[in-house]
Design a protein around this ligand. Structure first.
Ligand code: BMA
Length: 841
């Protein structure tokens, strides 16, 4: 086999398209040398082994999707549907595709491969009845050589085994009842086995595209920039390139960025097999990649051009090219030891970045329902709430290319977990080898994205093992075995892969470092604080125990009425919310916290509104406590950004994309420049935080309102804040501010001249507030400035907080939960006039 010249990309794409057209129109070319045949649009059939179910299937797609389309399943997202679809994952399923095609036999004997980009589940792959490979990991692609010989019609079958039964058998063979259950033997997304915000829907199917392609003798598989040093005028770096070759020779490599040559030519020796090259480059006046608050998320168009002179009988000059978008940056977890413990701070280009954001979970319980438009909207929503960091949580999936591309361009950092959560994992050689392949693939794939700034081994595995009673009752030998399995995977294998392929990113073994019952919890590393919610402590807990980096904290609420109607119809009593409330104590915990802050709800809309306000107010307390504690604390990621189905959960944005009060309000706590107030029994403090790289000079206007209508006290002050700092800006005694009035009748407003709006604060719990208010008047009519569009105008002579409108009627979700200031009408474009609204008081 010899190296051949690569065709340029666009020519190859055209050839693929032409070839696919010919195949699926029945006209079949008999030979092709360098080709690719996509099978996604072939006539796939999904059937059961007895052929009693036989359906057209889509690729990418999954069994549930095909059965739903054929009307053979109730929708598992609706009502009690989940319970009626469990049989699907207990059966065998066959994806089958007949190809009326004589496959090309390349003149030089180069082989053809079947490539499966994603196989959700456990499957055997058969080519004309012959087993050619097994797939056992939903988190990596598979490539199988096709056997020679050609009958003229090919039959491809992918036979899925029931994941639950298989995992159960593996657990029996292993001989240890694993914390986390049998699912830990199956490399499929953990949340699909049921989670406290997700249904149990274990899918099987082809989650990525399927193709046949000739194995190219020279393949550039990985090209990642590593920044070694930089100044304003010059940056020095190296590209890490991994190349697979079926020949030997000398390679001359050049790199250009945005069309400018940045590497003048590096000579390297190429051997047969995998080659790792380091190609130095240097950039004049570099534009670095920054998060959205720290600067521009600049990305270069990078092009690697290689010329290879091969040795041996078939000497020749061949070229190969690979392009990518590069964001040039350094990223690390900086861990400074101090008198209290050890910090945890993400540093980008040498500067500390305060991480503001949330935990991201897969956006669908059934992945065939994903849509690019919704993903774009969701990540746009994260950016709109001033988030600069999302954690891709370890019980879900490694996300799609599109996800990381969007984060790259939005300037949102990704904390990337490996997919291990809340369980112990086995150490059999097969399992470890499988995980190694997964890690090699994912670290290589994601390292080219500047947004991915760190790798974390797992979610709550170390914590569970240390403190959740998992070790109780295990014989010593089993305990020792699981302990060493943990170390093999998370202290040895995964950090090794990150070290060799990530271009220098930090590896963090487990999130959190210490659980909340460990006294080191708020002094070392990252923390998950479930003192609020699971332990039912008051929200003030967040102010008392501020950790170094809060990677999870959360509180449940109801979704919007429109979203809840997928599972809750009080009038027909058909569905109960319990089917979509997966936390056993969820309802009672929400009710308990609600009682402390609000009067009992009078109807369902009241319930939804107040449950969302309780959540939002709690999360704001946490986020602000974390931010004003900068630099002691350097991150605040709430649990959880989104939902994978219509549910009562910890999300800030519900399944239909409706912003809950949390998401609408957290943007105020996450603004790169934050000014806020904190009160104690007798004092009030104004705090400022500047997360940007620019010094801040601005002025503040603080007012106290009696009954939300009449300012009774005010102060103006100039503020200055150095970049990357937080400090107390002013202190007042509550006696002075209240001018002798009862605190329960007062509201406070804070306005920064450079900010869009004022912020309002109560000086008592909402339940205790006793302000007398002018009515809130809502008017809805055609917009005179935009005929055909409806405009809602809300006005009052006193302050009304958090005006809630049916989110499905809003053109912009960011218009919900806005405050109405006295004499300042609030205008909201709507699709139709709302039938209900709520506000406080
Ligand atoms: C966190 C997560 C999830 C869970 C959430 C709410 O710890 O890691 O396991 O869904 O708590 O209970």
């Amino acid at each position: 086999m010899s190296c051949r010249q690569f065709r340029c990309r666009s020519t190859r794409r055209f050839a693929i398209l032409l070839f696919s057209l010919l195949i699926f129109s029945g006209l079949v070319p008999l030979s092709a040398q360098d080709f690719q045949l996509r099978l996604d649009s072939a006539a796939w059939v999904l059937r059961n082994p007895y052929d009693t179910v036989r359906l057209p299937a889509q690729v990418p797609g999954e069994v549930h999707g095909a059965l739903l389309r054929a009307g053979l399943l109730p929708d598992p997202y609706l009502g009690t549907g989940e319970a009626y679809v469990q049989w699907v994952s207990q059966r065998e399923w066959v994806y089958e595709c007949r190809l009326p095609v004589r496959l090309p036999q390349a003149a030089d004997g180069s082989a053809l491969d079947l490539v499966l980009e994603g196989v959700d589940g456990h499957a055997g792959v058969y080519w004309n009845g012959q087993l050619i490979g097994r797939c056992d990991n939903a988190f990596r692609p598979y490539r199988f050589p096709l056997p020679p010989g050609d009958s003229g019609e090919q039959l491809l079958q992918i036979v899925f085994l029931p994941a639950e039964a298989l995992a159960g058998r593996r657990q029996d063979d292993y001989g240890i009842r694993m914390p986390g259950g049998a699912r830990v033997f199956s490399r499929t997304p953990a949340y699909q086995w049921g989670w406290d915000w997700a249904p149990r829907l274990i899918s099987a199917g082809l989650s990525g595209s399927v193709r046949i392609e000739s194995r190219r003798p020279l393949r550039i598989e990985h090209m990642v920039p590593v920044v070694d040093s930089f100044s304003d005028t010059r940056l020095w770096g190296r590209a890490q390139v991994i190349l697979h070759a079926d020949c030997e020779g000398q390679a001359l490599s050049r790199i250009s960025l945005d069309g400018q040559l940045v590497s003048t030519g590096q000579l390297s020796r190429i051997e047969r097999g995998a080659n790792r090259l380091w190609i130095p480059f240097s950039v004049k006046n570099p534009k670095l990649w920054w998060t959205r608050d720290m600067g521009e998320a600049y990305q270069y168009e990078a092009l690697l051009h290689m010329e290879i002179v091969t040795d041996g009988p078939q000497t020749g000059l061949f070229t190969s090219e690979k392009s990518a978008r590069w964001g040039l940056r350094t990223a690390e977890i900086h861990r400074a030891v101090d008198s209290l413990g050890e910090g945890f701070e993400i540093r980008l280009n040498g500067l500390p970045v305060f991480a503001r954001g949330a935990n991201y979970v897969p956006m669908e319980a059934l992945s065939h329902r994903r849509s690019d438009a919704r993903l774009r909207r969701l990540l746009g929503d994260a950016a709109a709430a001033h988030m600069n960091c999302l954690r891709v949580w370890g019980g879900g999936r490694y996300e799609s290319e599109r996800f990381y591309e969007l984060c790259d361009s939005l300037g949102i950092m990704v904390w990337q977990d490996f997919m291990f959560a809340c369980g112990m994992y086995p150490d059999s050689d097969l399992f470890v080898k499988n995980v190694r392949e997964e890690a090699l693939h994912q670290v290589s794939r994601l390292s080219v994205h500047p947004s991915v700034v760190l790798w974390c081994g797992n979610n709550e595995v170390a914590e569970g093992w240390a403190r959740w009673g998992w070790q109780e009752g295990l014989p010593f030998g089993q305990r020792a075995r699981l302990d060493s399995a943990y170390r093999r995977l998370f202290a040895d294998l995964l950090p090794g892969v990150v070290d060799s392929l990530s271009g220098g990113l930090s590896y963090w073994e487990s999130s959190p470092q210490y659980g909340r019952s460990d006294e080191r919890f708020d002094r070392y590393g990252d923390a998950h604080d479930w003192g609020v919610w699971h332990d039912e402590m008051p929200f003030s807990r967040y102010e008392k125990r501020v950790p170094r980096f809060m990677s999870e904290y959360g509180f449940q609420s109801w979704p919007s009425l429109a979203t809840a109607s997928d599972f809750y119809r009080p009038e027909d009593g058909l569905f109960t919310p319990q089917t979509h409330q997966k936390h056993p104590r969820g309802d009672s915990i929400m009710a308990r916290y609600r009682r402390q802050s609000f009067a009992p709800p009078e109807d369902l809309i009241d319930s939804i509104y107040t449950s969302q306000l309780v959540q939002a107010r709690g999360m704001m307390i946490a986020a602000e406590a974390h931010r004003i504690a900068r630099p002691y604390c350097m991150g605040s990621l709430y649990w959880q950004l989104n939902d994978c189905w219509p549910a009562i959960s910890w999300s800030g944005i519900d399944y239909r994309g409706h912003w809950k009060a949390l998401h609408a309000m957290i943007g105020q706590a996450f603004e790169p420049v934050l000014v806020t107030v904190k009160s104690t029994r007798d004092s009030l403090y104004v705090w400022g935080v500047n997360d940007t790289r620019e010094p801040l000079r601005d002025s503040l206007w603080l007012r106290v309102w009696l009954h939300g209508a009449e300012p009774v006290w005010e102060a103006r002050m100039g503020v200055s804040l150095a970049p990357g700092t937080a400090r107390k800006l002013a202190a007042y005694s509550l006696n002075t501010l209240s001018t002798g009035q009862d605190l329960r009748t007062l509201m406070l407003s804070l306005r920064r001249d450079g900010a869009e709006r004022s912020r309002y604060f109560l000086l008592s719990e909402p339940r205790d507030y006793e302000g007398r208010h002018h009515p809130l008047r809502l008017q809805c009519a055609e917009d005179p400035r935009d005929p055909g569009r409806m405009l809602l105008t809300a006005r009052s002579e006193s302050v009304h907080l958090s005006l809630y409108l049916p989110p499905e009627l809003l053109l912009r979700q960011s218009d919900n939960f806005r405050d109405v200031a006295p004499g300042e009408p609030l205008r909201v474009p709507v699709r139709a006039c709302p039938t209900y609204f709520r506000s406080f008081p």
